[in-house]
Design a protein around this ligand. Structure first.
Ligand code: SF4
Length: 440
């Protein structure tokens, strides 16, 4: 049986795409291997979000060059954002030992390409037209990602996604519900919906929504439909775009299976910087949305993404970001120091003029603020009972996320708890974890 080895870089959507590639390859008779030297096909699913992510991929290629020298029949393939955004072929040129280099959506051609390179491994059959129709091959788990949308129409000036993945394309409601139902039938308790601006979702088949669905906003309506799936316990989604947080989507946060957490990338607290980034909202609007959410769901945990040191960001601009951070009191922020990405509008329109040292200082400031705020906020869980979806039991400790997506740890060596939701009484709150006792 031919073997494949997939290496995945980057975001959850890439992980979900890799599950689809695994599903496609297993459908044509391949099996997975963790040992690179045993593989007939090594596939890297790449990320372009930062220069450092691409450099890691170039570094990894050196290993595959050596493997190819030992085994000339080895197929090395590269897909993901790097291949998607390489419109002038400059990146491909640096990856000399790569046999297949293709954007994610072209994965449907893999059986044919493999058959052309190694006819003894595949006969070229098994292709789908739409890659999102390929059934993902998931490892047994109580959690699953379900992609509802790919590509993006927003064109934030720093971002490669619209070039790498193309314009926004939404999956039909019936396909999403079918995949979600199959995941639940396979034992999944928690589903995370994925999209680049997930709450901009527009159903290509709105007639598939139930007659009794109370929402007209398509994303809120989709959340309602998924809430009706029996035995599903939790629903999460990422990444939302602030302008698409309609009142109906805010209302849908109150649906029973919704996790008590929202990730809403803000990127900057300064209107000047937001405009330069081509984010289509202002600081005031963002704060209003967070105000609505806090007013309606005071216990919700909040996450965000922030870029520090974007082109032209002054001390005053950054002070506005710090101020917004304090007002929102985020539980977590994925903060990045801006780095230029070739092909983006920011490179054409703006100058990367904030020094590396200033970027680092601003990153440190936000990091320290985040740790202070989250430690304070986590105290609210002490003496409360949270529901933990157990992911791991190891060395006498069980761990998993609470409904607020807080990592929670308790003493246990009962492996049968993995994949179950259990009540845990919290006795100590730390910055990045809650410590508790399992309740019977
Ligand atoms: S919303 Fe902006 S940052 Fe997010 S994927 Fe689209 S262009 Fe990129």
């Amino acid at each position: 049986m031919p073997k494949y080895h997939i290496v995945t870089f980057g975001c959850q959507m890439n992980k979900n795409d890799s599950e689809r590639i695994a599903g496609l390859l297993s459908g044509i008779g391949f099996s997975a291997t963790d040992v690179e030297s045993e593989a007939d096909l090594i596939l890297m699913n790449t990320c372009s979000v930062r220069q450092s992510a691409e450099e890691r991929i170039f570094g990894k290629m050196k290993d595959y060059k050596e493997l190819k020298e030992k085994n000339s029949k080895l197929i090395v393939a590269v897909t993901g954002c790097m291949a998607g955004r390489d419109h002038d072929g400059a990146l491909k040129k640096r990856l000399q030992y790569v046999d297949l280099f293709f954007p994610t959506r072209d994965m449907v051609n893999l059986p044919r390409w493999i058959a052309e390179l190694r006819p003894e491994l595949a006969n070229g059959n098994g292709a789908e037209v739409d890659y999102l129709k390929i059934r993902p091959l998931r490892l047994p788990s109580a959690q699953a990602y379900v992609t509802i949308q790919t590509g993006c129409n927003n064109f934030c000036t720093y971002c490669v996604v619209p070039y790498a993945r193309g314009l926004e394309s939404n999956r039909p409601v019936r396909d999403i519900l079918q995949e979600a139902q199959e995941a639940v039938d396979g034992g999944v308790l928690e589903i995370t919906l994925l999209g680049q601006a997930v709450n901009a979702y527009r159903a290509p088949d709105p007639e598939s929504f139930s007659a009794e669905n109370p929402f007209s906003d398509h994303f809120a309506a989709l959340l309602w439909e998924i809430n009706q799936i029996e035995r599903l316990e939790r629903l999460n989604w990422t990444a939302a775009y602030p302008s698409n947080m309609t009142d109906e989507v805010v209302a849908a946060l109150g649906l029973p299976k919704q996790v008590r957490f929202l990730h809403l990338p803000v990127q900057s607290g300064s209107d000047v910087v937001l405009k330069r980034m081509n984010r289509k909202y202002q600081r005031r609007q963002y704060l209003d949305i967070i105000g609505k959410i806090k007013g309606r769901y005071p216990d919700f945990a909040l996450g965000t993404d922030i870029i520090v040191g974007f082109c032209g960001e002054t001390d005053e601009d950054f002070a506005e970001t710090v101020d917004l951070y304090e007002r929102c009191a985020f539980d977590i922020s994925y903060t990045a120091q801006y780095s230029e990405r070739s092909g983006t509008l920011a490179v054409k329109l703006h100058k990367d003029d904030v020094s590396v040292e200033t970027k680092r200082q601003r990153w440190n400031t936000l990091q320290a603020l985040m740790e202070k705020i989250v430690l304070e906020k986590n105290q609210a869980y002490v003496d409360k009972v949270v529901k933990v979806l157990v992911e791991k039991v190891e060395g006498g400790k069980a761990s998993g996320n609470s409904e607020h997506l807080k990592l929670t740890i308790f003493d246990s060596d009962d492996g049968s708890l993995v994949g179950k939701i259990v009540p845990v009484h919290i006795f100590e709150a730390q910055t990045w974890r809650l410590l508790g006792r399992l309740l019977s």
